[in-house]
Design a binder for this molecule. Sequence first.
Ligand SMILES: Nc1nc2c(c(=O)[nH]1)N[C@H]1C(S)=C(S)[C@@H](COP(=O)(O)O)O[C@H]1N2
Ligand SMILES: [Mo]
Length: 360
Amino acid sequence: MGYRPMALVRRGLSALEPPPRVVDWSIFGIVTFEAVSGIASFTLTTPPVFWAHRIAGLTLVGLLGFKLARVRYRLTQREQWRASTLLSILAVVAAVGALATGIAWAFGLDVRLSYWTLLSVHVGFGLVLVPLMMWHLTTRFRLPSRRDFDRRRTTLTYTALLLGGAVTYWGQERTNRILDTHGADRRFTGSQPRRGNGNEGFPVTSWVADDPDPIDRSDWTLTVRGDVETPLEYAYATLGYGSEEEALLDCTSGWYTVQRWRGIRVGDLLDAAEVRDEARFVRFVSVTGYRWSLPIEEARQALLATHVGDEPLSHGHGAPMRLVAPGRRGFQWVKWIDRVDVRRRDDPAQWVVTLLSGFD
Ligand SMILES: Nc1nc2c(c(=O)[nH]1)N[C@H]1C(S)=C(S)[C@@H](COP(=O)(O)O)O[C@H]1N2
Ligand SMILES: [Mo]
């Protein structure tokens, strides 16, 4: 009898293949985990969240492989077609799209579709996948039964999948380093570097539709109000910008830059306004309405920058004044600030306001 490698591989794979319902519910669980960790990765800066997102994504490649091999006939045989087949196809396209763009991004591929990066396309696929998967689930809903779980086999499969995912991830990072791809320059957040200095050194990125007219510095004032003894109003010329700091801006669309920023330390501003004891948060508000709050102790360390490199901020980068919040993701670095509110409470509505800012 001849030696047949493909048959061996197939035997090995079918030994590992978990029961259909276990595959289906695992895909459901992992996609849910990917959606949650993906969204969380916009604000969390803890590296394990990012690693887990990547490893889980790679295990999905294996699970989807099992699933597609099993249901292939529903697509290839015409008499199997149902109305829900279209939905299934769309879900597969979204899943494969999210995986392919995620993996390509991790290898440092940096194609741009106007101002969208491959990473934004990845987020887009992910966001459409979740409702498609839910809907697909309602057309073929089956709860797993006890019989579906052969403990030993399921444990074996998951160990293999997770190990496979982790080893693949490790191999991918090695490959990046050996081939010196752009993927090797990524931060743990996945962002790629932009290495210039000053206004021209990094892109202008605004969220969705925020796009005010340029602000005339001589018409502009900065107001500090809320839980303070002395509300303040500064004209640009009276600001005095003594503080300087190097800080890293990391945008969730996938790039980062390190710049030297100059401006007023928020703590100095709060001292001048004599903050009351009850104050807990500081809210930074843009002329566009876009806003973000920081806990007061963190806010004290932040900078209200008027300069980047040695240049006054350009309009695109938030002139006359923008927030520099080290350790926070770029979308929290509010641009075109004209108001600082000292408050007792956090501001959950900021999430909605920020997404919708600029839409009239
Ligand atoms: N008012 C306002 N501030 C904003 C934004 C915006 O759309 N409006 N975009 C945010 C995002 S998503 C990022 S990454 C940074 C980008 O700053 P930059 O345009 O100077 O690179 O600004 C943040 N501040
Ligand atoms: Mo961003």
